[in-house]
Design a binder for this molecule. Structure first.
Ligand SMILES: Cc1ncc(C[n+]2csc(CCOP(=O)(O)OP(=O)(O)O)c2C)c(N)n1
Length: 662
């Protein structure tokens, strides 16, 4: 969809009125279809509020973007979206805006996004506005929020970031006095305007349903923002005339009567005079046409729904996963070089994170030197993990490649909603590649004495999210290769970096040998590497599947098992954790008599469970003994010695292997 509302005085009022009636008639027809049981699911109508979105949309230009939430139809139609494609979306037909996959609340086009999670799109809108600013154009982003959404923390993170970055965004806060069924008095303390003003955002408020009066306010808002004066907030006090969704209206009759007299359509009708009737007939006819039920609803066939089968690029140059050559430096040094190279060669890549500017360069120094060399490409973030990932999503939606660092992986939970309910979904709403290919870097794990909330390995929380790739750094795979591959994805990716790795030296790998190990690589998009102490891929007693920071521990255990117990262990190191590289793992464990999965995270419902389930369901573990070695299912203690007791150790791994090989 391209926004195409043109404005020019008299014709303009006709157009504004037409749009408002179109929204009204379209949604009245939807409600009638629900009543007639011809529609299922849910809907949130914009009836009574039409003047706001229509007035705001009047000033949109082709490359501007609109973000809304659950009450999406009104905004979509006001911005010039195709009514029939919207209807097909609502009924779940493949001809819909998002092929019938998103449904009423979830619309994604080139410059329109709505989603059903309150507050989520406000943060994404900020990122999209930053994208416009970085491109140097005069695009404006409009983000519609309700009064109820002001209970969400992300709203404030968004105001803060928008103001700090002075991005071209208009927040439109519509106070329709209710959040679902709860009146504002029970939902919102204090004053709305003082909220945005406190962030230094120019703010105006009006109580009106008059599209002409509102147009005047939005004219000022757009001039302010397009003129480069930073974000703006337009508060509109209005009223929703219909139920929140369908049949959930418990508001007093007198109140509804009061507002019915202030119906935006009737106000505009009075201004237009006799001309209004013909416009209304035209809009009604168009709404009738748009909402005509097709003889048959044709849902997208399951085979055409994007699934995790399609998550990785199919075309790529297959190569070994490791970097051949002399002894390496600490991983952190390699990463600094990798990012310098990426920033040199990829103008679309931006680094976001807390405390990442020089001289500090991030809590683990991964970005040290980069903000000095690339001052415009390293963006320091306030302490707002959700706001940061939301901004990354917005940047990615508009073609950028953001890499976001949470200072400690434990903090990624604050951004979980942006990953699960936003990033991982967008590429699935659409048939195009219009996903949000962000990379989230998670410095993870313990053995550093940082205590319960700074030491966890939380990747298991992400392994079960469809639409998301999860990868890990280790001492075997070439960091440049892994990063180039991550930046070649069209899907979002969570990347685990164990903190202990930063100060680990990447070992020398020559002629496919690493010390006493023989290496073989699956040469997949994200390769799995098998390390064996005897001939390559030979029969062995046990395969230890380990990844990330556990790789070194598995290698040490394998050497000791060989020397001390004459047990031949191969170490299998996937660089991709999700979707699980089942074929690689199947091939790697095929010739082992036992399988042990090692992971630093707690055992319950972890990576090991998934590996074992996947291999079992292929009947690959039938005659093998299977064990897991993981952190005990408890907190990571602050006490260094107790922490060592809880986390996996070489001794515990050896004992687990011995048990498996009994
Ligand atoms: C994060 C989240 N919490 C709760 C809901 C359920 N919900 C949907 S709309 C709504 C009320 C929203 O009120 P407001 O922001 O004022 O928007 P309005 O519905 O009035 O347009 C609620 C609670 C949701 N969709 N997302």
């Amino acid at each position: 969809m391209k926004l195409d509302i043109v404005a020019d005085s008299q014709a303009e009022l006709v157009e504004l009125y037409y749009r408002m009636v179109l929204v009204r008639k379209f949604e009245e027809r939807l409600l009638a279809l629900f009543d007639a049981k011809q529609l299922t699911g849910t809907t949130h109508t914009y009836i009574g509020q039409e003047a706001t979105a229509v007035a705001a949309s009047r000033f949109l230009r082709r490359d501007d973007c609109v973000f809304s939430q659950h009450r999406s139809h009104g905004y979509f139609l006001a911005a010039g979206g195709d009514p029939h494609a919207l209807f097909l979306e609502i009924i779940g037909d493949r001809g819909g805006v998002c092929r019938g996959v998103g449904g009423s609340q979830h619309l994604l086009t080139e410059n329109f996004l709505s989603n059903g999670i309150l507050g989520g799109t406000a943060g994404i809108a900020v990122g999209a506005a930053l994208a416009g600013k970085l491109r140097g154009g005069s695009d404006v982003v409009v983000s519609f929020l309700g009064d109820g959404t002001l209970g969400e923390g992300l709203a404030y993170e968004s105001f803060n970031i928008a103001s700090l970055w002075r991005v071209p965004i208009i927040f439109v806060i519509e106070n329709n006095r209710y959040a679902q069924t709860t009146p504002i008095e029970l939902n919102l303390a204090g004053d709305i305007a003082r909220r945005t003003e406190a962030f230094g955002i120019a703010t105006d408020e009006i109580e009106s349903n008059d599209v002409v009066a509102l147009s005047g306010r939005f004219k000022t808002a757009f001039e302010h923002v397009r003129g480069g004066s930073g974000p703006y907030c337009q508060i509109v006090h209005t009223y929703r005339q219909g139920p929140h969704s369908k049949g959930d209206d418990f508001r007093p009759d007198e109140e509804r009567q009061f507002w019915r007299k202030r119906d935006p359509l009737r106000i505009a009708e009075r201004t237009l005079g006799p001309a209004a009737a013909a416009i209304e007939r035209r809009a009604d006819a168009d709404a009738a046409k748009a909402t005509r039920m097709p003889e048959q609803v044709t849902p997208l066939p399951l085979e055409e729904l994007n699934t995790d089968r399609d998550l990785l690029p199919k075309q790529f140059e297959a190569q070994d996963g490791w970097r051949s050559g002399g002894a390496g430096d600490w991983l952190v040094k390699h990463l600094q070089e990798v990012f310098a190279k990426i920033l040199e060669t990829r103008p679309d890549v931006y680094l976001l994170g807390e405390d990442i500017l020089d001289p500090y360069g991030g809590a683990f120094k991964v970005y040290r030197g980069l903000s000095t060399r690339f001052p415009d490409r390293v963006l320091t973030m306030p302490v707002s993990e959700a706001g940061m990932i939301a901004a990354a999503n917005g940047l990615a939606l508009r073609g950028f490649r953001p890499v976001a660092e949470v200072m400690f992986g434990d903090f990624a939970t604050l951004a979980l909603d942006q990953i699960l309910n936003h990033a991982a979904k967008f590429g699935r709403f659409t048939d195009s590649q219009r996903g949000t290919p962000i990379v989230l870097r998670m410095p993870s794990g313990g053995y550093r004495g940082y205590g319960p909330t700074h030491s966890q390995s939380l990747e298991k929380l992400f392994l079960g999210i469809p639409g998301l790739v999860v990868t890990a750094s280790d001492i075997v795979h070439d960091p440049l290769l892994i990063w180039e591959r991550m930046l070649g994805l069209s899907a979002p990716c969570v990347h685990v970096e164990n903190k202990t790795l930063y100060s680990s030296v990447l070992p020398e790998i020559t002629d496919s040998r690493l010390g006493r190990f023989y290496l073989s690589s699956s040469r997949g998009y994200f390769p799995t590497t098998t390390l064996s102490l005897t001939e390559r891929n030979g029969a062995n007693d046990v395969a230890i599947v380990a990844y990330g920071g556990m790789t070194g521990m598995a290698m040490e255990a394998a050497e000791r098992l060989f020397v001390e117990y004459e047990i031949h262990a191969t170490v299998v190191v996937p660089s991709q954790l999700a979707p699980l590289p089942v074929e690689d793992l199947a091939a790697a464990v095929a010739r082992a008599q036992s399988v042990v999965v090692l992971e630093e995270g707690t055992e319950r419902a972890g990576f090991g469970a998934e590996v074992i389930a996947a291999l079992s369901s292929l009947d690959l573990l039938k005659s093998k003994r299977v064990r897991r070695c993981a952190a005990f299912d408890t907190i990571i203690p602050g006490s260094a010695s107790l922490e060592r007791d809880v986390l996996p150790s070489v001794e515990r791994l050896i004992a687990t292997v011995m048990d498996a090989c009994k």
